[in-house]
Structure formats: structure tokens, C-alpha cells
Design a protein around this ligand. Structure first.
Ligand code: ZN
Length: 1034
């Protein structure tokens, strides 16, 4: 077991890795017999328990499995207990009960389980005796965990940080519960709707030996079957040195379903095996021959004498005996045919054991370097709508990722005082779990029913509550002052009761980035003039804006000031209303539409944006520092969602929660002109554009900002004309982009896209719009190789470039029909989800300088400062406590190439630390940002001292020094394994795009000193650092 107990005390352990062979007492005799039968011979680590195969036959690996969605048609809780089965039959508790007894009943049976959100819940409800029996099944390899994340996460709409967090949570449960026996070797992404390259890279860095996929594009699959390239090596990074991000990848033959007519669940209707010759339904010969035909046909698409059949489906095995008793018979019948000359051997197996046989075949595999987006399962069924479905939920998830990192960092920086303090008990775990659930491929995707989407949001909200208590405890401790802290979750719509009703209040701003940030703070206030003071008591410039409200309502004042916040720390500003003779508030001025060509300009030190007074649209962006000018027209359009053509119902798809299928390739403009207002103050210049009653935008330039901010508000999308609508923001420029554009993969590496093209097969493009849509997690850009126009998003959106020089992002969609992919409900959000506000940040750069801008700005948006308000009536944290208005958790900022991906409590005296090089190789030329960077972690943090450091794999479930992966040879040539060096905390080197993960034993200081001052308490014991092997071996 690796070390690594959680604060809750679930696990305690040493620092070593005791490994499978040394664990626990010997098994009782009957079990030992099974192990000996099932696992003869010597096997690679983790594969010792795999079944025996027949080297000179076709081996058919039957994989009994269940696919348990963590919320879809029903909520997570309803699926667990089997409530409201009338909506969708699913009862995970019964599935696990039933599978465990079926496995115990017959020793050859095997089963694979995936979703830890369900399994951990079930586990904690079991008796000691059942838990012991399950441990034994796991030790024998008969209950195998694949993937092992809290959920099987989506790959399009997820941010890499949240993927790493959710995998860490699930894998940690397995490691704490089962040790290395329970550590999954195989990733199992059988249902996500397309596959990202970053996901494969992350899985490789987590130590997985391979992945199996269910859904790949139908044209891609046909080609792969013909070329026998259903199995391949995926090179998932252009920066990380192979084989660091190489992942063996297999495409399953039948998505994740059983072969036709061989489904023996209570949810299926196929004939069971009747092996009594006297019975009129006797069918064993017929079934055996049918099975042999299926297996022989299937093997034609694969390269070894092994093939798999996924024997299970959604929520199968509630009555596991139905499945298993038929499979027992099938195996017996088919293998009996060997006496008649059959060369087919059928066996119970697992994904890892199938993978192990592929590895032993020692072949050279085709190499894949792009990704599996977009996914289509038919000519008109592109699963590209879900990139944008439920934009409000997608944003709530992204904001919650931000808040969770703030919460976890404060839990780490303040130590135990964050968990229990004057505000009660606070904890990051509930938000961590809720966020993990949100990564599920029917959650963040927006493809669940409305009642389930509401439940996902409820889970996040409950998690926020516990983190808010933690945040108050931590801020009080670190600032030395107890205040009635409050956060205003509705600041995006200018609602914050404290600032709107108080004449005097404090604004604490916490910055989760490892470098200083300057940020405009904007708060709704009452009328009047205000004096804002910085942490050292000096007045800072501020403006009051009076913004127009809907008809009949008073203009609403907003206070604006610029705040500066140190790395991983906070600044506390004070705000007080002052009496002035003539308080000056700035109001936007209506600009009348002019028929002739006229222009309107907003600008700051760096950027000038020009608008047409005729249309009210943006028409040009200029970067004055780089001397770049680009005509850019930006406006909103909508695609009309298709309708069912009843005559061709199988051929034609329709837009729904998953599918995007516009009825016409040309979108309609929301309006041909916008009503505009202009606002200019010393701190901000804004153009307010009103396109229609349901579509508006503020184009904004704050002082000192090097990008243009477009804050759009869309909804409720009207449907009275009976057209479902999919609304886009489109930027048109004269850039000669030659069909290319670029999108990020889960917020990290960038993939080059080409219109109407796929890198690995000759595309027959059947949907000119939807077939060119890709997930945009954080950014999309176009370039003519000189200038680059980049748009950053604040949540996942579908995006594309359908004409040279143009790029578009789908911001919202509201539909009248269901797309018949199982949801059974149209995406017809009402109420809060129907009205959405978001931001696009636009950067114009020379190509060579662009990465510096978009990389740093994207992290600033994902980990934005957290604004916390307090009424300024505080009392000392304890008598004599020094009050601090500014604090940094770091003694020195990290360099711009380095991102602090994770700082979190791991155990009572341990922290989890992830450091990431956030530039790709050959990016950021001219700034040296793509160079390797070396850090000194000694004395880096101000509130604790690191006394011991162990490097782990990415999900922190095994020490990096002892981790080894199966070796695969791509057809590009053999790869030599890279040495693993012992981490030297004084010199941790990060290569471009590298993430390094550490578990650090720490000692918190009794009270943190202000940034830069020595610790207030001497260190109790000298620094010790764990030693690791100097090289990994395979
Ligand atoms: Zn699913």
C-alpha cells in the first residue's frame, strides 16, 4: 500500500510499497486452489491471476460487465437504490450484491467494475465478512477494477484539472481499500462520445497499461476493421518524450454491448441456453455454432488469436445469475466443440487479461497521433451538440472547479485550523465528490434529464457550503481577524446583498495562482461615492458605474477598482461610502444608429477596438504595442434545429442534447444591427450592444488589459416560431487560414484541425457544419502564420471555422425535439438554465508571441481570484493575534512556465502537490517559456515546511520510482524507456507539458508570518527526503 492516508483517517500506512506478494495472511485452502488453477506460471506485475489461454486457438475473452451511469435518466441516488425504475431500470446496489454472490458461487467467473462513486458507497454498507470475501475476489483477479475513477468521465467538456482530481479520488479509494491488488491496469472508456488526446496522455501518466474504447466514428471504425487497426498505440502528446504519453488503445468490436442474440440479462429478451435435449426449446448446438460464427467473423478485424466480447450493458447484472448461468453453459458448449475440430477457446476474462495477451503477442502496432473527435455513429448523427448543451451547468461546474482549488489550497495552507474553527467544521471533500460526479459523461455533457441536471447542481451547491465554512476558518486564521465572511455567488449578474446594503465593508480577494495577479473588482453597491483603500491603507482609483436596467427599474450602481493580489494569497481592501457634494457616476451614453459609415472606438494602453455606428458591430481590433491591425466582424447567429423527417427516420438525425444537426448550413443572424451604448471611465471603456430582446453583449476594455472581453447574455431563446435554435457567436476576419484552425484538448495541448478532413481516413463529409465542430474547452484560434486571433472561453463550447478567416462558438441551444439517443426528453431548459451569461476573451498576437498570452490568461480565468466580502466588524482571531491585510502562501512566485496544479490536504500530516509546465515544446518562442524549468521547493511555502517528499504517478496511487507499464512497440520504431530520477526537492525540473506529482510530509508553522519573513517557530526536525530507485525497469 502506498502511503497516503486521508485526513478522514480512511487509511494509514508507511512510505514503502509492499506489493501484492507480501500482502496479508495466506488465503484459506479452497481459495488457494482456485488461485492455483486460475493463475499458473509467472506473470507481469498485476497480471499474475489471468486465466490460461490456448496458444494455438482463437481465444474469446468474455468480459462480464455492467455500465452504471452516475446519473442520466435518473439521479445518482435513484440509480443506486433502484428508485423510480419506471423511468429507467437501474439498481446498482442490487447489481453489486448479486454479482458478488454469483462470483463466489462459481470460481471460474470474473467481472469488471468501473464506477467508484457507486462501488465505494456499496462497500461502506457491507459487513466485515462480505468485505473480506470481496477482498479475496479482488486478490484473485476475479473482481477486476477497470478505470477506477469516481466516474467514467466525459472527454470533451471536461477540464484536465478536474479529470485528474476525479481519477485521483476513485483510485485513492481503491488503493486505500485493496492496495495494489485493486489498482486498475486498464482504462475503460466504453461510453464517452468521442475521445480526447489529452485524456489518453493523462491515463498514460497515471500508469495505465492500455485503454479500451466503445465509441469511435463509424467511418473510422470501418476503415480500422478493414486495415486491422482496431488496436494501436496512441501517442498522446507532442511535447512529452515517448513513451511518457503513449497509451495502447483498443476499439471494442461492439461498442460495449453483447453480440446480437446473446444478451441474458433481465433487461434483455434473448432466448436463454436450453441444454436439455429432451426440452422442445433445446438450442445448445445452434447457439454454439452461432457463437463460433460470430467469433470467427469478429477476429477478422483484429490481429492476434485473441478477441473480446463485452457481455453486459447499461445497469446489467441486477440478477447476475441469469447472465452467469448462461455464460457458464455457453463456455462449456463452445469448448466442447473442440472435440469436433473447433479451434475456438472461450473463457471468462477481464480487460486487463485480454490486454496482457495482446502485449505478449509482441507485435508492432499502428501509431495514432490525433484524437477521436468528432464522433458520428451515422451520416447525420454527429455528437457535437453536447459540447454546448446546458451552458449554465457547464459554467457552474467550471466555477466550482475554481472554488474547489481555492478550498483545497486554503485547507493545505491553514492546516487543521481550516477544518475546525470559529465558523464550525469545514471540509473540501463534499465539493471534491460533487465535482467528481459532475465529470460523468452524462453530467458535464448536459445529456441528462432536467431533473438529474438539477440534482447535479444541488450536489455542487451542497459542496460549496462546506467549503465556505472552511474558507472562513482559513481566512480568519491567516488574516488574524474573525469576520462574517460571505461570498456572492451571483456577482455575475450584479447581485450581492452585503455590498448593496452596506456603507462600509471589506473585500478580501484570494488568488489561487502561484504568481501575483492584478484584477478589476466589480461589485454592485448602493448609490453614492466610495473610497477604496488597499491593504496598506492607501486610496486606490475607483469608479462608480450606473448601468441601465430593464424598463421601469432604477439604474444599478457598480463599484469598480483594480486589485493586486500576491501569489497563493490574499489582499484585503476596504470600501467606505463617503459624502461628496456631487458624487460622480458614469452612465452609458446611447449612440444613435447612423445610416452612413461612422465609427466608434474604445481603447486602453494596448488595445483599440473599433465599432461601426451603422451596424453597432465590432469591426476592427488593433494591438497598438505589437502594431497589429485586424478587421474583425463579430455578431450572433442561430442555426435552425432540424426536424424529424418521418419518411426517413433511420437516415436523418435531429438536433438534441447529444446531436447537432442544423437543417440549413447557413445560420440566420440574430439581428442585422445592434442598438449600442458607450461607457467611458478612467478604468474601463465599454460598448453595450443589444441585438434582440434575448441577445446582448458588452465589449469591454479594462485599463491595463491586453485582451478584449466580450460578455454575452443569451436567453431565454424564443421558440414561439417552432424552431429549435442553436446560437453562435461568430468572428469573421480576412485571415487566409487555408482551412485550418486550432482547438485545445481538455484545456491543455492544442490540436490542429482542418475543415472537412480527418488525419487518419478519407472523410466522406455528410454534415458540413456539425461534422466540422470540435470541443473548445478553453480556447480556439485561427492564424495566417503571421497574425493569430485567439478566443478563450469560460466553459466548454462547440466551435469551428467553417470559412477561412472565420471562427465560431456555440454559446447556447434550446430544442424542441429529442435526438433519440436514449434521453427521451428535448433540451428545453426553463427558468435559471435558460438565461446564460458568459465571456469570450479575444487576443490578437503575432504567432510567435500568442502562446504566452493565451496560456497565462487561460489559467488566470480557470483559477480566477475568489472575492470574499465582510462587513468590517471583525474581532481578533485570538487575543493578541496580529492582523494581516495581505498574505502569500509562497515565499517566492513560481516562474510563468509553471502552474501549481494541485495543493491539497492528503493526510493528517501530508499534502498533495502537483507542479505543471504549462507550455508545450516550441511554444512561446522569443520568451523562452518552452524551456525546461527547475524549481527549488525547499522553503517555498510560508505556512508549512516540507519534511519529506515522495514522487508519485499522476493520480498519486503509486510511487513513481516503482511504477512500471507494459511496453508496446509502435510501427514508427521501438521506444526506449526513460529513466526515473530521484526527486531532489531543491531542483525539481519540469519539461514542457510535464506534470509532476508529489506527496509531501509537512509540518505547519504555529502562525504564518507575512510573506518573506522567517517562520515564527523553529523547525522541529531536519529535512528528510524519501529516496527512490534511480531508474524504472520493465
Ligand atoms: Zn454511459
Amino acid at each position: 500500500m502506498t502511503a497516503l492516508g486521508r485526513a478522514s483517517g480512511v487509511c494509514a500506512g508507511g512510505w514503502g510499497d509492499s506489493g501484492r506478494a507480501m500482502r496479508g495472511p495466506p488465503p484459506p485452502l479452497p481459495v488457494l486452489f482456485v488461485v492455483l488453477v486460475a493463475a499458473p506460471g509467472t506473470r507481469a506485475a498485476g497480471y499474475e491471476t489471468c486465466p490460461t489461454v490456448q496458444p494455438d486457438m482463437l481465444n474469446v475473452h468474455l468480459l462480464p460487465h455492467t455500465h452504471d451511469d452516475v446519473g442520466w435518466i435518473k439521479t445518482v441516488d435513484q440509480y443506486y437504490y433502484g428508485v423510480r425504475n419506471v423511468l429507467h431500470h437501474g439498481a446498482v446496489k442490487n447489481i453489486l450484491d448479486s454479482v458478488i454472490s454469483a462470483l463466489r458461487a462459481e470460481p471460474s467467473r470474473r467481472f469488471v467494475y468501473v464506477e467508484m462513486a457507486f462501488f465505494s458507497r456499496w462497500w461502506h454498507q457491507q459487513t466485515n465478512a462480505t468485505q473480506q470475501a470481496v477482498r479475496e475476489l479482488v486478490r484473485q483477479g476475479r473482481l477486476e477494477f477497470a478505470n477506477g475513477g469516481w466516474v467514467m468521465n466525459d472527454e470533451a467538456a471536461t477540464h484536465y484539472g478536474a479529470i485528474v482530481d476525479q481519477m485521483t479520488l476513485g483510485l485513492r479509494f481503491l488503493q486505500d481499500t485493496f492496495g495494489d491488488d485493486g489498482r486498475p491496469r486498464v482504462a475503460w472508456h466504453i461510453d464517452p462520445f468521442g475521445h480526447s488526446r489529452e485524456q489518453a496522455s493523462l491515463f498514460a501518466q497515471m500508469g495505465f497499461d492500455g485503454i479500451f474504447l466503445g465509441r469511435v466514428d463509424y467511418q473510422d471504425k470501418e476503415m480500422r476493421k478493414k486495415k486491422r487497426e482496431m488496436e494501436m498505440v496512441w501517442r498522446a502528446s507532442t511535447s512529452l518524450q515517448p513513451p511518457t504519453a503513449d497509451l495502447f488503445t483498443g476499439v471494442l468490436p461492439n461498442v460495449y454491448h453483447p453480440p446480437k442474440d446473446l444478451c441474458w440479462d433481465l433487461l434483455c429478451h434473448d432466448n436463454h441456453v436450453v441444454d436439455d435435449p429432451a426440452d422442445p426449446g433445446y438450442n445448445d448446438k445452434e447457439l454454439a455454432h452461432y457463437f463460433l460464427d460470430v467469433a470467427t467473423y469478429q477476429r477478422q478485424s483484429y490481429r492476434t488469436n485473441h478477441t473480446v466480447m463485452t457481455m453486459g450493458d447499461d445497469f446489467h447484472y441486477e440478477n447476475a445469475n441469469m447472465w452467469f448461468s448462461n455464460l457458464d453453459k455457453l463456455i462449456r458448449l463452445v469448448n466442447a466443440e473442440q472435440a469436433n475440430g473447433s479451434r475456438v477457446h472461450v473463457l471468462y476474462s477481464t480487460p486487463a487479461c485480454y490486454l496482457w495477451e495482446l502485449n505478449k503477442a509482441n507485435l508492432t502496432w499502428s501509431l495514432k497521433e490525433d484524437d477521436f473527435f468528432p464522433y458520428a455513429d451515422g451520416p447525420h448523427q454527429f455528437w457535437t451538440g453536447y459540447f454546448s448543451s446546458r451552458p449554465a451547468l457547464k459554467r457552474y461546474e467550471r466555477v466550482s472547479y475554481n472554488f474547489l482549488q481555492v478550498c483545497k489550497q486554503l485547507e493545505a495552507l491553514a492546516g487543521p485550523a481550516a477544518n475546525v474553527g470559529p465558523y464550525g467544521s469545514g471540509d473540501s471533500a463534499p465539493l471534491e465528490e460533487a465535482m467528481a460526479v459532475l465529470q460523468h459523461h452524462d453530467a458535464i455533457t448536459g445529456t441528462s434529464r432536467q431533473l438529474v441536471a438539477d440534482d447535479f447542481a444541488r450536489r455542487l451547491a451542497a459542496g460549496w457550503g462546506r467549503c465556505e465554512v472552511l474558507l472562513s476558518n482559513a481566512l480568519a486564521r491567516l488574516s488574524g481577524s474573525q469576520e462574517a465572511f460571505s461570498i456572492c455567488p451571483e456577482l455575475n449578474i450584479s447581485v450581492c446583498p452585503l455590498s448593496q446594503t452596506s456603507a462600509r465593508f471589506q473585500v478580501a480577494i484570494y488568488n489561487p495562482l502561484a504568481r501575483k495577479v492584478d484584477r478589476m473588482v466589480r461589485l454592485p453597491v448602493s448609490e453614492g461615492a466610495f473610497l477604496v483603500k488597499d491593504p496598506s491603507g492607501h486610496a486606490v482609483p475607483s469608479d462608480v458605474l450606473l448601468l441601465p436596467q430593464p424598463e421601469g427599474q432604477k439604474p444599478s450602481p457598480e463599484l469598480l477598482f483594480s486589485a493586486s493580489v500576491p501569489a497563493l494569497g490574499f489582499s484585503i481592501y476596504s470600501v467606505a461610502r463617503v459624502s461628496l457634494q456631487n458624487p460622480k457616476a458614469h452612465s452609458p451614453e446611447r449612440i444613435p444608429q447612423k445610416s452612413r459609415t461612422g465609427v466608434l472606438v474604445i481603447q486602453n494602453e494596448y488595445i483599440r477596438a473599433t465599432f461601426s455606428t451603422k451596424t453597432g458591430f465590432l469591426m476592427q481590433i488593433e494591438d497598438m504595442e505589437q502594431k497589429l491591425v485586424l478587421p474583425v466582424s463579430q455578431s450572433f447567429f442561430w442555426y435552425s434545429a432540424g426536424t424529424w423527417d418521418l419518411k426517413n427516420i433511420d437516415v436523418f438525425g435531429v438536433s438534441g442534447a447529444y446531436i447537432f444537426r442544423p437543417s440549413q448550413p447557413e445560420p440566420s443572424p440574430v439581428s442585422s444591427w445592434a442598438k449600442i451604448h458607450l461607457l467611458k471611465t478612467p478604468l474601463v471603456q465599454e460598448v453595450h450592444q443589444n441585438f434582440s430582446a434575448w441577445c446582448s453583449q458588452v465589449v469591454r476594455l479594462y485599463r491595463g488589459q491586453r485582451h478584449l472581453e466580450l460578455e454575452w447574455t443569451v436567453g431565454p431563446i424564443p421558440l414561439h416560431d417552432s424552431f429549435g435554435k442553436e446560437v453562435i457567436s461568430r468572428f469573421d476576419t480576412p485571415l487566409d487560414t487555408k482551412g485550418y484552425f486550432y482547438t485545445d484538448s481538455n484545456g491543455r495541448e492544442i490540436l490542429k484541425r482542418r475543415r472537412n478532413y480527418r488525419p487518419t481516413w478519407n472523410l466522406n463529409q455528410t454534415e458540413p457544419v456539425a461534422g466540422n465542430y470540435y470541443p473548445v474547452n478553453t480556447r480556439i484560434y485561427i492564424t495566417d502564420r503571421k497574425k493569430q486571433l485567439t478566443v478563450l472561453t469560460d466553459r466548454c463550447q462547440g466551435g469551428s471555422s467553417l470559412q477561412d478567416g472565420s471562427l465560431e462558438l456555440m454559446v447556447h441551444r434550446r430544442l424542441l425535439l429529442d435526438d433519440k439517443q436514449g434521453l427521451g426528453e428535448p433540451l428545453l431548459e426553463e427558468g435559471s438554465g435558460s438565461w446564460v451569461r458568459g465571456r469570450h476573451l479575444v487576443l490578437l498576437d503575432m504567432v510567435g508571441k500568442a502562446a504566452m498570452g493565451h496560456r497565462l490568461l487561460a489559467q488566470k480565468e480557470v483559477l480566477a481570484p475568489q472575492v470574499v466580502l465582510a462587513p468590517d466588524t471583525g474581532t481578533p482571531y485570538h487575543p493578541g493575534a496580529t492582523q494581516r491585510t495581505q498574505f502569500s502562501g509562497l515565499r517566492r512566485e513560481l516562474p510563468p512556465s509553471v502552474h501549481l496544479l494541485t495543493l491539497a490536504r492528503w493526510g493528517p500530516e501530508t499534502l498533495l502537490l502537483r507542479l505543471e509546465h504549462q507550455f508545450a515544446s516550441r511554444e512561446g518562442s522569443g520568451h523562452n517559456l518552452s524551456s525546461p524549468v527547475t524549481l527549488n521547493l525547499l522553503d517555498l511555502f510560508s505556512t508549512f515546511t516540507i519534511t519529506r517528499l515522495q514522487e508519485t504517478t499522476l493520480a498519486a496511487n503509486q510511487p513513481r520510482a516503482s511504477a512500471s507499464r507494459l511496453k508496446w512497440t509502435p510501427n514508427s520504431g521501438p521506444i526506449r524507456n526513460l529513466p526515473v530520477h530521484r526527486p531532489d526537492p531543491a531542483a525539481i525540473t519540469l519539461q514542457p507539458m510535464e506534470i509532476r506529482t508529489f506527496v509531501a510530509m509537512v509540518e505547519w508553522k504555529s502562525m504564518p508570518g507575512p510573506s518573506g519573513t522567517p517562520p515564527s517557530k523553529p523547525e522541529l526536525f531536519p529535512l528528510l527526503f524519501a529516496t527512490g530507485a534511480s531508474a524504472a525497469t520493465h
